[in-house]
Design a protein around this ligand. Sequence first.
Ligand code: ADP
Ligand code: MG
Length: 262
Amino acid sequence: MIGAGIQIADATLAYGGKAVIEKLDLTIEAGTFLALLGPSGCGKSTLLNSIAGFVRPTGGTVSFNGALVTGPSRERGVVFQRDVLFPWATVAGNITFALRAAGVPRAERRARIAALLEAVDLSTEVSKKLPHELSGGMRQRVGIARALANSPQVLLMDEPFGALDAQTRSQMQDLVTDLWERTGTTIVFVTHDVDEAIRIASSIVVMTADGCIADRIVNPLPRPRPASRIAEFAEFAPLRRDLHELLRPAPRSLERSSGDRK
Ligand SMILES: Nc1ncnc2c1ncn2[C@@H]1O[C@H](COP(=O)(O)OP(=O)(O)O)[C@@H](O)[C@H]1O
Ligand SMILES: [Mg+2]
């Protein structure tokens, strides 16, 4: 039976006739916090964009809650690596765009903005600021708040913390984990960082450079997973080793490249 969640079946995703992903199958059950882990260029964003509805498969299907994905929808919210806030609008203005699109009546918007800012740990004073007055971490918080304004059933996050410093990144990982625990929203989180996947995800799909799924691993680490102590979990080192080994290019391709150099 096709249940709630995301079903990718025999999907081929291509640009200009050149396939990046071929005949891929992946099911993501509702409520999962899934990390899509893979090297740069392997097709993570392409796959995520097919769930968002920005990229259409040239073969196979992408479905959400049993219905074919044919374009973007408010039920599937997207958070990008670089925030895509309108630079000329205040924080409140940026969130208002999403609330208006979601059909939230004008009278309710102020309270919703306050609640959304609270959900991403921003004070209400921030609502009057322009994006350029905020730090990178704060802008990403606003980006998440704006995605949440649509009350999405799924959050699709494409390396959202890739441009942040380590400390801020760790705080943002806690924030997203909290959001997931509080709301039960399905999260598909793209990253090329093994440690980030281990820290936040419940389930990790490892993609190889050729756009295939190498493995899908249930994260055995208990929660909470504080940054300062995560390495102390007995399951941490073996999981980290397994993920790094899955990501390592196959020995054959190494041999070939060293042979090419002769
Ligand atoms: N709009 C596009 N047009 C043509 N090629 C693209 C486009 N977007 C991505 N690609 C190519 O598809 C491959 C996968 O890209 P992408 O999905 O962005 O990988 P990742 O997110 O894992 O880094 C790369 O070779 C990239 O150059
Ligand atoms: Mg990408």
